[in-house]
Design a protein around this ligand. Structure first.
Ligand code: HEC
Length: 169
Protein backbone atom coordinates (compact mmCIF):
# COMPACT_ATOMS: atom_id res chain seq x y z
CA UNK A 1 0.00 0.00 0.00
CA UNK A 2 2.58 2.51 1.12
CA UNK A 3 4.70 1.81 -1.98
CA UNK A 4 1.75 2.83 -4.10
CA UNK A 5 1.03 6.04 -2.18
CA UNK A 6 4.54 7.43 -2.22
CA UNK A 7 4.76 8.16 -5.98
CA UNK A 8 1.44 10.00 -5.85
CA UNK A 9 2.65 12.16 -3.00
CA UNK A 10 5.78 12.92 -4.98
CA UNK A 11 3.76 13.84 -8.03
CA UNK A 12 1.45 16.12 -6.06
CA UNK A 13 4.31 17.58 -4.05
CA UNK A 14 6.32 18.16 -7.20
CA UNK A 15 3.35 19.75 -8.89
CA UNK A 16 2.76 22.14 -6.02
CA UNK A 17 6.45 23.03 -5.93
CA UNK A 18 6.54 23.65 -9.69
CA UNK A 19 3.44 25.79 -9.38
CA UNK A 20 5.00 27.86 -6.61
CA UNK A 21 8.18 28.33 -8.63
CA UNK A 22 6.19 29.45 -11.64
CA UNK A 23 4.25 31.90 -9.50
CA UNK A 24 7.48 33.27 -8.04
CA UNK A 25 8.87 33.74 -11.55
CA UNK A 26 5.74 35.58 -12.65
CA UNK A 27 5.85 37.86 -9.63
CA UNK A 28 9.49 38.68 -10.33
CA UNK A 29 9.12 39.03 -14.09
CA UNK A 30 5.83 40.88 -14.14
CA UNK A 31 7.31 44.36 -13.68
CA UNK A 32 9.79 43.61 -16.46
CA UNK A 33 6.99 43.03 -18.93
CA UNK A 34 5.80 46.57 -18.40
CA UNK A 35 8.94 48.69 -18.57
CA UNK A 36 6.97 51.56 -20.08
CA UNK A 37 4.62 52.40 -17.25
CA UNK A 38 5.94 54.77 -14.70
CA UNK A 39 9.08 55.70 -16.59
CA UNK A 40 7.42 58.74 -18.14
CA UNK A 41 6.65 61.92 -16.30
CA UNK A 42 3.24 62.30 -17.88
CA UNK A 43 0.73 60.32 -19.85
CA UNK A 44 1.25 62.71 -22.76
CA UNK A 45 4.95 61.95 -22.77
CA UNK A 46 4.26 58.22 -22.72
CA UNK A 47 1.89 58.56 -25.66
CA UNK A 48 4.46 60.58 -27.60
CA UNK A 49 7.19 57.99 -27.09
CA UNK A 50 5.27 54.72 -27.06
CA UNK A 51 1.83 55.28 -28.61
CA UNK A 52 0.32 53.69 -25.49
CA UNK A 53 -1.75 55.37 -22.78
CA UNK A 54 -1.38 55.03 -19.03
CA UNK A 55 -5.18 54.97 -18.99
CA UNK A 56 -5.08 51.69 -20.89
CA UNK A 57 -7.27 53.20 -23.61
CA UNK A 58 -6.32 52.11 -27.13
CA UNK A 59 -4.23 54.31 -29.41
CA UNK A 60 -4.11 53.29 -33.03
CA UNK A 61 -3.07 54.77 -36.33
CA UNK A 62 -3.78 54.04 -39.95
CA UNK A 63 -0.09 53.69 -40.67
CA UNK A 64 0.48 50.55 -42.72
CA UNK A 65 4.06 49.50 -42.96
CA UNK A 66 3.63 45.92 -43.99
CA UNK A 67 6.23 43.79 -42.34
CA UNK A 68 7.62 46.61 -40.23
CA UNK A 69 4.45 46.73 -38.18
CA UNK A 70 2.80 50.01 -37.32
CA UNK A 71 3.31 49.57 -33.59
CA UNK A 72 6.95 50.57 -33.79
CA UNK A 73 6.11 54.01 -35.12
CA UNK A 74 5.40 56.65 -32.53
CA UNK A 75 5.43 60.44 -32.67
CA UNK A 76 9.00 60.29 -31.41
CA UNK A 77 10.21 57.92 -34.13
CA UNK A 78 9.21 60.39 -36.80
CA UNK A 79 9.29 63.81 -35.14
CA UNK A 80 12.25 63.08 -32.85
CA UNK A 81 12.54 62.89 -29.07
CA UNK A 82 12.71 66.70 -28.97
CA UNK A 83 9.81 67.22 -31.39
CA UNK A 84 11.98 69.18 -33.80
CA UNK A 85 11.50 66.80 -36.70
CA UNK A 86 14.22 65.95 -39.17
CA UNK A 87 15.06 63.30 -41.70
CA UNK A 88 13.66 59.85 -41.13
CA UNK A 89 14.45 56.66 -43.00
CA UNK A 90 11.65 54.23 -43.51
CA UNK A 91 11.30 51.37 -45.94
CA UNK A 92 14.35 52.54 -47.91
CA UNK A 93 12.81 55.96 -48.27
CA UNK A 94 13.95 59.19 -46.70
CA UNK A 95 11.46 61.82 -45.72
CA UNK A 96 11.41 65.05 -43.76
CA UNK A 97 9.22 65.53 -40.72
CA UNK A 98 8.26 68.98 -39.42
CA UNK A 99 9.01 70.56 -36.07
CA UNK A 100 5.90 69.97 -33.96
CA UNK A 101 6.85 71.78 -30.76
CA UNK A 102 3.84 73.76 -29.59
CA UNK A 103 5.52 77.17 -29.96
CA UNK A 104 6.55 76.34 -33.50
CA UNK A 105 3.09 75.17 -34.51
CA UNK A 106 1.34 78.14 -32.98
CA UNK A 107 3.55 80.87 -34.45
CA UNK A 108 3.18 82.10 -38.00
CA UNK A 109 6.90 82.23 -38.75
CA UNK A 110 6.83 78.47 -39.07
CA UNK A 111 8.50 77.09 -42.16
CA UNK A 112 12.03 77.89 -43.23
CA UNK A 113 12.92 80.55 -45.75
CA UNK A 114 11.93 79.40 -49.18
CA UNK A 115 10.10 76.41 -47.80
CA UNK A 116 7.03 78.46 -47.05
CA UNK A 117 5.11 76.78 -49.82
CA UNK A 118 5.90 73.25 -48.71
CA UNK A 119 6.10 73.36 -44.93
CA UNK A 120 4.81 76.76 -43.92
CA UNK A 121 1.31 77.12 -42.59
CA UNK A 122 -0.94 79.43 -40.67
CA UNK A 123 -0.55 79.35 -36.89
CA UNK A 124 -2.21 76.34 -35.34
CA UNK A 125 -4.74 76.63 -32.51
CA UNK A 126 -5.11 73.80 -29.98
CA UNK A 127 -8.09 72.48 -31.93
CA UNK A 128 -6.08 72.62 -35.18
CA UNK A 129 -3.30 70.55 -33.64
CA UNK A 130 -5.77 67.92 -32.52
CA UNK A 131 -7.30 67.86 -35.98
CA UNK A 132 -3.87 67.45 -37.56
CA UNK A 133 -3.20 64.45 -35.33
CA UNK A 134 -6.56 62.74 -35.74
CA UNK A 135 -7.59 63.77 -39.25
CA UNK A 136 -4.31 64.79 -40.84
CA UNK A 137 -5.55 68.24 -41.83
CA UNK A 138 -3.62 71.51 -41.64
CA UNK A 139 -5.23 74.74 -40.33
CA UNK A 140 -5.96 75.89 -43.87
CA UNK A 141 -7.72 72.62 -44.64
CA UNK A 142 -4.97 71.01 -46.69
CA UNK A 143 -4.33 67.32 -46.03
CA UNK A 144 -1.01 66.34 -44.47
CA UNK A 145 1.15 64.16 -46.68
CA UNK A 146 2.28 60.59 -46.22
CA UNK A 147 3.53 59.25 -43.95
CA UNK A 148 1.86 61.34 -41.24
CA UNK A 149 -0.65 58.83 -39.87
CA UNK A 150 -4.20 59.58 -38.79
CA UNK A 151 -4.45 58.72 -35.11
CA UNK A 152 -7.34 57.39 -33.08
CA UNK A 153 -7.22 58.00 -29.34
CA UNK A 154 -9.56 59.15 -26.58
CA UNK A 155 -10.14 62.88 -26.07
CA UNK A 156 -8.40 62.68 -22.71
CA UNK A 157 -5.33 61.08 -24.27
CA UNK A 158 -5.32 63.70 -27.01
CA UNK A 159 -5.42 66.44 -24.37
CA UNK A 160 -2.50 64.84 -22.53
CA UNK A 161 -0.52 64.58 -25.76
CA UNK A 162 -1.15 68.25 -26.52
CA UNK A 163 -0.01 69.20 -23.03
CA UNK A 164 3.18 67.27 -23.66
CA UNK A 165 3.84 69.10 -26.95
CA UNK A 166 3.63 72.33 -24.91
CA UNK A 167 6.49 71.17 -22.72
CA UNK A 168 8.91 70.65 -25.63
CA UNK A 169 11.33 73.52 -26.10
C1 HEC B 1 5.58 57.66 -39.77
C2 HEC B 1 6.01 58.99 -39.42
C3 HEC B 1 5.14 59.86 -38.54
C4 HEC B 1 4.57 59.53 -37.35
C5 HEC B 1 4.59 58.19 -36.64
C6 HEC B 1 3.94 60.74 -36.85
N1 HEC B 1 4.09 61.75 -37.75
FE1 HEC B 1 3.35 63.64 -37.58
N2 HEC B 1 4.00 64.07 -39.44
C7 HEC B 1 4.79 63.25 -40.23
C8 HEC B 1 5.09 63.93 -41.48
C9 HEC B 1 5.93 63.39 -42.61
C10 HEC B 1 4.45 65.18 -41.41
C11 HEC B 1 4.44 66.27 -42.48
C12 HEC B 1 3.31 66.04 -43.45
C13 HEC B 1 3.20 67.18 -44.43
O1 HEC B 1 4.09 68.03 -44.49
O2 HEC B 1 2.20 67.22 -45.16
C14 HEC B 1 3.77 65.24 -40.11
C15 HEC B 1 3.03 66.31 -39.67
C16 HEC B 1 2.55 66.46 -38.38
C17 HEC B 1 1.90 67.66 -37.87
C18 HEC B 1 1.63 68.92 -38.64
C19 HEC B 1 2.86 69.79 -38.58
C20 HEC B 1 2.86 70.95 -39.51
O3 HEC B 1 3.87 71.66 -39.55
O4 HEC B 1 1.84 71.19 -40.20
C21 HEC B 1 1.60 67.41 -36.56
C22 HEC B 1 0.93 68.35 -35.57
C23 HEC B 1 2.05 66.07 -36.27
N3 HEC B 1 2.62 65.52 -37.39
C24 HEC B 1 1.93 65.46 -35.04
C25 HEC B 1 2.22 64.11 -34.80
C26 HEC B 1 1.94 63.44 -33.55
C27 HEC B 1 1.40 64.12 -32.29
C28 HEC B 1 2.29 62.14 -33.72
C29 HEC B 1 2.11 60.99 -32.73
C30 HEC B 1 0.76 60.79 -32.22
C31 HEC B 1 2.81 62.01 -35.08
N4 HEC B 1 2.75 63.23 -35.70
C32 HEC B 1 3.29 60.83 -35.63
C33 HEC B 1 5.20 61.97 -39.91
C34 HEC B 1 4.82 61.26 -38.79
Amino acid sequence: MSEKKTPWLLVIGGGVLAGLLLLACLVILYPLTRPISGSYRSNGEQIYFTATSQRGTPITSDLRMGMMGSGAWTCATCHGADGRGGTVRMMMRLFETPDIRYQTLTTSEHGEEGEEEEHGHEPYTDADIKRAITEGIEPDGKPLDWPMPRWTMSDEDLDDLLEFLKTLD
